[in-house]
Design a protein around this ligand. Sequence first.
Ligand SMILES: [Zn+2]
Ligand SMILES: [Zn+2]
Length: 382
Amino acid sequence: MNSSVTGCKRIHSIEVEQLQDSEEVQHSFLLIKGRLEPKCSAAKQLKATLELRDESLEQLTQLSSAGEFKLLFDLHKGERERQEEPAVTSRACLLQLRSCSGSRLIRFTYKPRSSPYRVQPLYIVCQDEKEEEQEQEQEKEKNARSDHSARCSLIDLNLRLVQCIYAHKLHAAGFANRTFTLNGPCRLFRSQLTTEETLAKTEDELWQHFAGEILSCAQWGQQLHLKFVAFVACTRYDGAAVAASGDLSYANIRRHLRGHAALGGGGLALFGSAHFYSWPRAFAEIGDCVRSAERVDVARLPDESNYRRTYGGVYASTLGAVCHELGHCFDLGHTLNGVMGQGFDYLNRRTHYVFVLTASGDTKRLACDDAEAEAEAEADSH
Ligand SMILES: [Zn+2]
Ligand SMILES: [Zn+2]
């Protein structure tokens, strides 16, 4: 990477989007997008070193043919390993980027966001699903984590990524350092429904039911500053029937998903768990999951990738759905671009729905666009 070795004589600079010197970062995943200028014929990689409290994290990333790069750092890494709560005090961080003759130093502070308006993740299990302790006993390996807690940590990891995506999109829209606050780690929520009852309900019925259960429960019901993002544990997919029918359309795949939802509005964004197969379980897997070109075997797993039919496509589409539906909980309407955009590929194929609160205090379901038309009509009438 030394210019005298590679033969490149150019004087490079490293441009970085968004992150400014002496900025305060409030979300725990730091996404950095940038570019080596001017284009270098020799350098293929960029080396990034992040000094974070008492440790130094190093990443080597590939440059695209245009000299662009992306990096993702976990600013909360040390605490997480020591299972500490995120510190409320700010701490100094130093990021150094190097490629060919280019070098860039950015000093910033990391201070976890603390807003009274928070999002609480829940993992909804049915009343007849196994207890965690029973499961642990059945496992051969004593230290193996139970399915439930593994799912909860998968949800936590990916919601931190959603938080980071929000920060970026809002920054790009001119709102620096805005995102939502996660109230805490994902919690198990035991529903009064049996698995059978859950699987028999439509997406709307699931939303109505779980919203009601969460609001009426002692632990969460009175916390008016909380919004919930919840995942149904027992989602089932009948891939054999899809394969046998020969109809691989999304409509048909959707018909063979039960206990599934992708619906947000009011205080709850509700999702199924059938697409978790494409989601990363650890920070180190994020890049591989995003780029994964592994083909989805529709006879076994539900595809949801805007016809890309890859694990990476399913991950992008379903995490995109979480961003989008959560946006409806924050009362965001549709825009041309970004997570609320019509161009966002989650929205390409179909009308989706939101729940709105009517004047009488009931909820009713509206197609997204109708909901906006109605809100506009409402606004116009005042
Ligand atoms: Zn160069
Ligand atoms: Zn929408």
